[in-house]
Design a protein around this ligand. Structure first.
Ligand code: NI
Length: 174
């Protein structure tokens, strides 16, 4: 495994437990705070540096998190309000290159993530074990994803990209 790409490893779904739930809810609750700390005091040059050779810049990583988590939040709302709805995939590499991302400073996406994760955390924390078995259908992977899987995946996803930025800072002594 390339630790530059996967500084905390790849996502592995864990079985449902109260302890696992508590930890993953904390990840969701504090994702924006962690990201904000990871980019603290980076200058424009540093923000426009790729976190690895050929990878996204720090700025793109931040905007990607906003894109990704907005989509994921809506998938969760659909899973709760409809019966196994089919979700809409999107091209994440194209999304980081639209003007709302390229022309906007990262603090806008961080502010968005602060607000979004308060809503998302509130949504997740009011679900019971049975609710977490509700599903969406992913048409490309041709598989159902439970809300439990989505919680774990996006708890991991926030930490994954935040760790990419932290490991860049470590390597560059920033
Ligand atoms: Ni990602």
């Amino acid at each position: 495994m390339d630790l530059t790409i996967y500084p905390i490893g790849t996502f592995i779904e864990q079985p449902y437990s109260e302890e696992e739930l508590r930890d993953r809810l904390l990840d969701i609750r504090f994702a924006a705070q962690s990201l904000e700390l990871a980019v603290n005091n980076l200058d424009e040059f540093q923000l426009n540096t790729a976190y690895r050779e050929g990878g996204w810049t720090v700025k793109q990583v931040v905007h990607h998190l906003a894109d990704s988590h907005m989509n994921a939040f809506i998938r969760c709302k659909l899973a709760i309000t409809e019966d196994n709805p089919t979700i809409k995939p999107y091209d994440q590499n194209t999304w980081v290159n639209t003007p709302d991302a390229t022309n906007v400073p990262i603090n806008v996406s961080i502010t968005l993530l602060h607000a979004l994760h308060i809503r998302w955390h509130e949504l997740f924390k009011n679900l019971n074990e049975q609710d977490f078995q509700r599903t969406v259908m992913h048409p490309e992977y041709k598989r159902q994803m439970t809300l439990w899987f989505i919680l774990g995946l996006y708890a991991w996803h926030g930490k994954h990209h935040t760790a990419q930025i932290q490991s860049l800072r470590d390597r560059m002594n920033w």
